[in-house]
Design a protein around this ligand. Structure first.
Ligand code: GAR
Length: 187
């Protein structure tokens, strides 16, 4: 059997993308295995998922970004992790961290990048009366939401869509797009 790539997932919240990656990674042909989950939020539901699926996890506060990154890097190197997925991780990583890690880092974002980088994407998309929105998986660079795009999925916006309904619709697509993107990277 081909050895799976040792992977770490960074989260800040619900962790529904984390769960979709965990489920996909149980398939023996899926290219990665999650060896560590790091949360910068002690109350993240994603931590409960780590426990549920018996995956090692760490909480590090990101109030001091330097210390957060130093602690994370230590744990990552210790476990020989060679791939990092950001799944609802709401902090920007420093160029120093990205360089020191030295392997691929990917992120999922709830818009059709390069449109609507940053926060409050659903609100801005609806305000601009866009016909479509969607989600993007991309490589992480020091510039926010700007690295090379791996895969995107378009979602049609209805007249009666609200921030909540749009978020729900896009999230459903994210859960498919993230595993597909990981497969496409290592194919
Ligand atoms: C997802 O919609 C993800 O695209 C977004 O946060 C949500 C996390 O949900 N990420 C960003 O906005 C990053 N800038 P989850 O915790 O249930 O996976």
């Amino acid at each position: 059997m081909v050895e799976k790539i040792k992977t770490c997932v960074f989260i800040s919240g619900t962790g529904s993308n984390l769960e979709s990656i965990i489920k996909s990674s149980r398939d023996y042909i899926f290219p990665i295995k999650i060896k560590l989950i790091i949360s910068n939020n002690i109350n993240a539901r994603g931590i409960k998922l780590a426990k549920k699926y018996s995956i090692p996890y760490k909480f590090f506060s990101s109030k001091n970004k330097k210390i957060f990154e130093r602690n994370s890097l230590f744990e990552i190197k210790k476990r020989k992790i060679k791939f990092l997925c950001l799944a609802g991780f709401m902090k920007k990583l420093s160029s120093n961290f990205i360089k020191s890690f030295g392997y691929k880092i990917i992120n999922i974002h709830p818009s059709l990048l390069p449109k609507y980088k940053g926060l409050n994407t659903y609100k801005r998309v609806l305000k601009n009366k866009e016909k479509y929105s969607g989600c993007t998986v991309h490589f992480v660079t020091p510039k926010l939401d700007s690295g090379k795009i791996i895969l995107q999925k378009k979602v049609l916006i209805n007249k009666n869509d609200t921030e909540k309904s749009l978020q729900r619709k896009i999230l459903l697509q994210e859960h498919k797009l993230y595993p597909q993107s990981i497969i496409s990277i290592f194919r």
